[in-house]
Design a protein. Structure first.
Length: 430
């Protein structure tokens, strides 16, 4: 067994501290999202300004696409950083400030009108999504650096579980706020509360202890992101199939974005019930994150992705045939398991494909190449919902979930058990 490097010794010495502040960050970030959820509160805010299912479906799509798209383009710069924390703190401001903008738009809505409100809302959504995207690669690289490999899945899962626990409580509170106050003041209150918790989250993130990696080999003439990406795509077929499965997952889950609106229109759901459904979703994700992250570390994250694909299939199938509002509680439980698999286990599995040197390229590829599907899938789902009805969208999601599950079972191999490719070539070092 090779001796630990100075960076590894530092990380293990401060591991408990970094886990603690990481969980604080996740909890406060989750509380903020509970009051400004991309799955419920923001879609309801947009629904108060338009009846278009396509526009409503764009809310989570813009957030997800903005988070995914920039990551490959930041890979080369991220790979050259000896310390990620300062970049993370600067970039994450741009995924938090837009929520203050949502609150201002809500307050000004009676004066500026619905059309202007929609335009401003989607501009802020774009800013927020891209802010998250420019943060994501250095943040993932930082966490992968300070958390040992054998504990990453557990940490990602536990942090997400804590975040979802706070989301669930905050979502119930948001549901009551939406019921107690008239629109759009009720939305403004929710967004202001979200800004408060986002600030606390930033403070906790700033407390992270990350060592400067002076032993890291940095190319004096960095590999262009497109060249590094091309090398990986040519040599790593297992990773290519993984990318296909990630892209397909966006189409397999495209019906998820319309569950709340469908329940609202089909079963006359009230705002309080919407809050309880959000809480159901987040509690399910809390349990799933804690369990699936730990299980992924033990038996492999591919197995958890297969479980998530099965959950997505059942969720879409039940939404397709649901005869009453009560069915949406198990539907949202299954949705939570599918979301955790795709995002938490998918992110952890991504970093398992590579070593430290080329990890930012793998992260960037896994996220950026998924972005087009993330944007297109809800648009297609919204168009189908507007023209053919929500049921057709749910049926198509069911079929595509089955296809994704087949790829995961029969083609993709667990990267930790499969031979890893050699790192990208280094031309000249300093």
């Amino acid at each position: 067994m090779l001796p630990l490097s100075k960076v590894e010794l530092f990380n293990r010495r401060h591991l408990r501290y970094n886990i603690t502040v990481g969980l604080m960050d996740g909890g406060m970030f989750g509380a903020a999202l509970g009051f400004a959820s991309f799955g419920t509160i923001l879609p309801l805010f947009v629904a108060s300004m338009t009846d278009s299912a396509t526009l409503i479906g764009l809310v989570p799509a813009i957030h997800a696409a903005g988070w995914l798209l920039p990551q490959l383009f930041t890979a080369s710069r991220t790979a050259r950083l000896r310390r990620y924390k300062n970049t993370v703190l600067r970039m994450t401001v741009h995924e938090r400030i837009p929520f203050l903008g949502f609150a201002v738009v809500a307050l000004l809505l009676p004066k500026v009108g619905l059309q202007a409100g929609l335009i401003l809302t989607f501009l802020l959504l774009t800013w927020q999504g891209l802010g998250g995207g420019f943060t994501a690669n250095p943040w993932t690289s930082m966490i992968s650096k300070i958390i040992p490999p054998e504990a990453r899945g557990t940490f990602f899962g536990t942090q997400a579980a804590v975040a979802n626990l706070f989301i669930s409580g905050a979502a119930i509170g948001a549901g009551y706020l939406l019921d107690w106050y008239d629109a759009p003041v009720n939305f403004a209150i929710c967004f202001f509360i979200a800004v408060f918790f986002f600030t606390l989250s930033w403070v906790a993130l700033a407390l992270t202890r990350e060592p400067t990696d002076n032993e890291k080999v940095i190319d004096e003439h960095p590999t262009p992101f497109w060249q590094g990406a091309g090398t990986i795509l040519k040599r790593d077929r297992n990773f290519n199939w993984f990318l296909l499965a990630r892209a397909l997952s966006q189409f397999a889950t495209m019906g998820f974005a319309f569950y709340i609106v469908y329940a609202l229109r089909r079963f006359q759901m009230d705002e309080v019930t919407a809050g309880y459904l959000t809480a159901t979703l987040t509690i399910a994700q809390t349990v799933a994150n804690a369990g699936m992250g730990w299980l992924g570390d033990k038996i492999g994250h591919r197995a958890m992705l297969i479980l998530g694909a099965a959950s997505a299939t059942l969720s879409s199938l039940l939404a397709w045939i649901a005869p009453s509002l009560a069915w949406f509680f198990p539907i949202f439980v299954l949705t939570g398991f599918a979301n955790v698999s795709i995002w938490t286990n998918g992110m952890t599995m991504t970093v398992d494909f590579s070593g430290e040197t080329d990890r930012p390229f793998y992260i960037g590829l896994a996220q950026t190449l998924t972005a087009p599907a993330t944007m297109i899938a809800p648009l297609i789902g919204g168009w189908i919902a507007d023209t053919q009805g929500f049921i057709v969208t749910f049926a198509l999601s069911t079929f595509l979930s089955i296809v994704m599950m087949g790829i995961l079972i029969f083609i993709i191999k667990e990267p930790r058990k499969f031979n890893k490719p050699a790192p990208l070539p280094v031309k000249e070092t300093i």
